[in-house]
Design a protein around this ligand. Structure first.
Ligand code: FAD
Length: 449
């Protein structure tokens, strides 16, 4: 059978590899509109900053490897421009604008997302960048080098914005992060965000919060000026716009597939769209929030990869299904680590998922390992739980070491529908250099119980 995949990076690549492992006879073609398939989007900010020195390190797998290892045809620089559901074909445009019509038995959409560009003057001015793919990162690097850029403004203090802020600072630029919300990482609890912003200030990154962008002015000397909502102006040599992403669902929409929240492609838990022969995965789809059960959009690489595997399982007759996304994520800021999973009190109130009186929260502070062993550093951890049942609903933490480990542990408990008592009972690694006999995960459970 003929399987066509649109988008050859996280979700599309995972689906193809798993399909071939399950069914060697499957005839699979991946169409990727960009110049590379299977590249590491997540590594791009570190490449811009020079922390990952070689561009080729970002190429996780090539067209040739897909052909040699899996016998999967990958066509880069090929954009799928329309889907004919009746005749089960896609139209594909190559780099020379030639259009071909390709039949499918099953179609998998993994077209990802694209940066949201606010509707302001100057959003597309030279020197204003987004970071989505390897050519973007190349352009940013070339701009900095050719103009000897000294000052950068990052608009948006989410994960990509913060990673870019650190990378550009490491490169020696003056960096300001402009954030419309009251603090960077708007989903982070206020007290944890304070720790994060203190680290940014300590490292010389200016944070301009509670302040959005009004317009960007190109100056005669080729520099830029970011005019903020409060009327102030930030002169700079480049701007990185990272204010969120939009699902690439236009192809699906034009084909008449059902869309859901924020225009994401609607799928069931087998990743099937409203057309039984078309499946979709990754940043372009709507998912169920694992904790609240509400429909949402959670564009992250882990979910995209798992969904790619699931769609392959489903197409090969296995009873796999996607359970939902928790939004487990992590971000570094120099030696500080910020990680989170699931819901917070604020997000539960915002979505009206729970009655305020039923939401429990505790905030605990404890060293990452036994205090008496040299080199311990504090972790600040917020836990959110259901007062009625004790169910763990979310956690966020900030610290230097061991933060990701704690959030991963709690994420697993959330996934297994664990309670605060389960956290008390959790038996975690301990010897003085690594943990504590009462780990911060246990302590959070104890305080909440
Ligand atoms: P993608 O991996 O983006 O692949 C979609 C591909 O489809 C694209 O290459 C696109 O060119 C192609 N395409 C689109 N339309 C068509 C068409 N019509 N025809 C042919 N091809 C098409 N997530 C994390 O969990 N952790 C991180 O640290 C992290 N860091 C990130 C840093 C950056 C700078 C970026 C941009 C993203 C980061 N992400 C991170 C998000 C992560 O990369 C995405 O969630 C993930 O790649 C989504 O997988 P996908 O398959 O849906 O889309």
């Amino acid at each position: 059978r003929k399987i066509v995949i649109v988008g050859g990076v996280a979700g599309g690549g995972s689906a193809a590899a798993r399909l071939k492992r399950l069914d060697e006879s499957a005839n699979i073609t991946i169409f990727e509109k960009g110049p590379y398939n299977a590249f590491a989007n997540c590594g791009l900010p570190f490449y811009v900053g020079g922390i990952i020195p070689k561009e080729k390190s970002l190429l996780v797998s090539s067209q040739k490897q897909f052909k040699d290892y899996f016998d999967v045809d990958v066509k880069t620089n090929h954009e799928v421009i329309s889907i004919d559901r009746k005749n089960k074909t896609v139209s594909v445009k190559d780099a020379s604008d030639n259009i071909s019509v390709v039949p499918y038995d099953k179609l998998i959409l993994s077209p990802g997302s694209r940066p949201f560009i606010p509707d302001i003057n100057g959003a597309n001015a030279p020197g204003v960048f987004q970071l989505r793919d390897i050519p973007d990162s190349r352009q940013i690097k070339a701009w900095i080098e050719s103009r000897n850029a000294k000052k950068a403004v990052i608009i948006g203090g989410g994960f990509i914005g913060l990673e870019m802020a650190e990378s550009l600072k490491v490169k020696g630029l003056d960096v300001t992060v402009l954030e419309r919300a009251p603090h960077v990482m708007p989903n982070l609890a206020d007290e944890l965000a304070t720790v994060l912003e203190s680290k940014m200030k300590e490292k010389g990154i200016a944070v301009n919060a509670n302040n959005g962008v009004k317009e960007i002015i190109s100056k005669e000397d080729n520099s830029l000026e970011v005019v903020c909502n409060d009327g102030s102006a930030l002169p700079c040599d480049l701007v990185v716009m990272s204010v969120g992403v939009l699902p690439n669902s236009e192809l699906a929409k034009a084909a008449g597939l059902e869309l859901g929240v924020k225009g994401c492609i609607k799928v069931d838990d087998h990743m099937q769209t409203s057309d039984p022969d078309i499946y979709a995965v990754g940043d372009a789809i709507q998912v169920k929030d694992y904790v609240t059960g509400f429909d949402t959009h959670i564009p992250l690489a882990g979910p995209a990869n798992r969904q790619g595997r699931i769609v392959a399982d489903v197409l090969c007759g296995l009873n796999s299904y996607y359970r939902g996304s928790q939004g487990t994520s992590v971000c570094g800021m120099f030696d500080l680590c910020v990680a989170m999973t699931g819901q917070t009190r604020a997000s539960l109130l915002r979505s009206k998922a729970m009655n305020p009186d039923d939401i429990g929260t505790v905030c605990v502070h404890s060293p990452n390992h036994a205090n008496y062993y040299p080199g311990s550093t504090p972790i600040h951890l917020d836990l959110t739980f259901d007062r009625r049942t004790g169910a763990v609903l979310g956690a966020q933490a900030v610290g230097v070491q061991g933060v990701d480990k704690r959030i991963d542990v709690i994420s697993s408990y959330i996934h297994m529908k664990g309670t605060v008592t389960d956290l008390v009972q959790a038996e975690l690694c301990y010897s003085p250099p690594y943990g504590a006999a009462k780990d911060i995960v246990n302590l959070a459970g104890m305080v909440a119980e």
